[in-house]
Ligand binder design. Sequence first.
Ligand code: DQA
Length: 143
Amino acid sequence: KSILVLHGPNLNLLGRREPEVYGSMTLEEINENLLNLAKKSGIELVAFQSNMEGELIDRIQQAMDDDVDFIIINPAAYTHTSIALRDALAATGLPFIEVHLSNIFSRESFRKESYFSDLALGVISGLGAKGYELALKYALTAR
Ligand code: DQA
């Protein structure tokens, strides 16, 4: 059994992308932290980032054949646009937590809509990189 962490477009730029909005931690640092936490619990964790919708969809579909039993996803801008990513997650039937570094409800109005939140087990938004950690802690205990 393993946990899949998915990061959407532009999250590869974390650390130097609007740090006042998204924080100063790099994606590598965030993933490293998650890998360490999972390792301590003896759980396998795989993290994947892509700027391409299709690649994220392929990775989600792959989770159906792999031994993935929980997904943590920050769909980034696809949160507000991608029915295809939503459908892929629904197809897996796997529980997932939606994470956003920023508080999407305190920003532009187009960020308030998510194609994922109603399917998600839970949503964490606005707690920065800590949000991923909290999602993982939940996944580790509640799976
Ligand atoms: C984001 C919020 C989205 O609105 C935005 O497009 C992102 C990142 C966040 O983590 O706060 O790229 O998902």
